[in-house]
Design a protein around this ligand. Structure first.
Ligand code: FAD
Length: 408
């Protein structure tokens, strides 16, 4: 039997991942009540190895909606002063950065997503966000008047707007009939996290090896984060993901590319073929639901555009809902939601394309791309800009999505 919750809410957030938490904080910042409905229980264990790299723009966004939060991330993260790129074992590029100004936000910070989520969650508690844990949403019905959110326990919540931050398999997105479009990478990537040896830590350097000779020419990326290292091995066509991606498999190849002690310090191993997909629309036909984060897009992590773009999705959604709730006509309200949805869809498509450029740069196997990398590596000692070009591979273009002229 269904239980209709009494009252009607201006807005509900579905999903307490980092993007749902950001959306809730942004709503509170605008003076709106924020209720987050989350499928999992409060004491759940979050998957260990996802985002680590947070851009300055993200830190600034968090600072704007909850003063101090960007600096909390910074205090607990690390900034590496050196980045290096090697080609078949030979260094082709190195860049050293001055220490960031301790009084300003750094250009980025690197810390595990589980830590970042703890800080976001604490900020939500401090801001008065309400959480409904252990309550999976199973359906969402939308009409001109508003939204009914139906949970698996058959509770019905009535509201004006929903921010769908329920992740890659978003039930909300599926309920309102929005599809994702885009490809999936053909090759597999093995992503390994190891704990740092605090008594004898490695220097903080981000290192990318094109065609590492110790692992038969597979690409290897090393990224430091607070307390450990992320090592990303790119498998070659025909490689068995199980052979390289099982913990036993990792213990065989890791000591060839890092000090052997790290094979006993593995904290997480995942094998991915990355999706490069964006929702066809970020809102429903009635402009009542806004998608944010992985409910709206999935990218390969090169360039770290996933959570970094989910944060502005959430903030733009909250601002648009604030405008819509105060609009004097239904058309004005719809327009606010539609404009925000389109702005973030354009940004997501741009970010997906950038992640695609990064993938092509490091893994593209066309004769032209192979030749470009070979020529760049051999001429890098005399033409440093070619070494720089190789170094940009794992990031893709530096730029952010186009700035649109919306009021958000
Ligand atoms: C290997 C890897 C490395 C990455 N590195 C970076 C990086 O360095 N920088 C970066 O910016 N991004 C990175 N990302 C991407 C980043 O991890 C994601 O963008 C981010 O986790 C998305 O957060 P989210 O809140 O949208 O989704 P999620 O974290 O998946 O959260 C969704 C939430 O919704 C809940 N939920 C699901 N279904 C329901 C339902 N029916 N009802 C209620 N609740 C529901 C879930 O339980 C969960 O709590 C990386 C990803 C991977 C895989």
């Amino acid at each position: 039997m269904s239980k209709v919750k009494s009252g009607r809410y201006p807005v509900l957030v579905v999903g307490a991942g980092p993007i749902g938490l950001t959306a809730a904080l942004a709503l509170r910042h605008l003076g709106l009540p924020a209720i987050v409905i989350e499928a999992e229980p409060k004491d759940r264990l979050r998957p260990g190895s996802r985002a680590i790299y947070f851009h300055k723009a993200t830190l600034q966004h968090l600072e704007d909606i909850f003063p101090g939060l960007g600096y909390t991330f910074t205090k607990h993260g690390v900034v590496w002063p050196v980045k290096r790129t090697l080609f078949r074992g030979k260094e082709v590029y190195v860049k050293r950065y001055p220490s960031p100004d301790p009084k300003a936000l750094p250009p980025f910070t690197s810390l595990p997503q589980v830590e970042a989520e703890k800080f976001l969650y604490q900020a939500c508690l401090d801001a008065g966000v309400e959480f409904i844990w252990g309550t999976p949403v199973k359906d969402v019905r939308v009409d001109e008047q508003g939204v009914t959110v139906i949970t698996e326990s058959n509770e019905q919540w009535q509201c004006d707007y929903v921010i769908a931050a329920d992740g890659a398999r978003s039930t909300v997105r599926q309920s309102v009939g929005i599809e994702m479009e885009g490809p999936r990478t053909k090759d597999y990537f093995v992503v390994v996290d190891v704990r740092e040896d605090e008594t004898d830590p490695l220097p903080l350097e981000r290192i990318f090896h094109y065609q590492h000779p110790a692992v038969d020419g597979r690409n290897v990326l090393y990224v430091p984060f607070a307390g450990g290292w992320r090592i990303d091995l790119q498998l070659l066509e025909g490689d068995d993901p199980e052979e390289f991606g099982s913990v036993e498999g990792v213990k065989k190849w890791l000591p060839k590319v890092m000090h052997p002690k790290y094979a006993d310090r593995i904290t997480w191993v995942s094998t991915y073929r990355f999706y490069q997909v964006v929702a066809k629309s970020f809102t429903d036909a009635h402009c009542r639901v806004l998608l944010a984060g992985e409910a709206a897009h999935l990218f390969a992590p090169f360039g770290a555009r996933g959570m970094n773009s989910g944060v502005p999705d959430a903030i733009v959604a909250a601002k648009a809902i604030h405008v819509a709730l105060h609009a004097s006509t239904e058309e004005e309200a719809k327009e606010a939601i539609a404009v925000a949805a389109e702005e973030r869809r354009i940004a997501a498509r741009y970010n997906r394309d950038c992640a695609g450029i990064a993938l092509e740069h490091i893994q593209g196997s066309s004769p032209m791309m192979n030749m470009k990398r070979e020529v760049a590596a051999s001429l890098a000692p005399i033409l440093p800009r070619l070494g720089k070009w190789l170094d940009e591979g794992p990031y893709g273009p530096k730029s952010g999505p186009p700035q649109l002229s919306t009021k958000y």
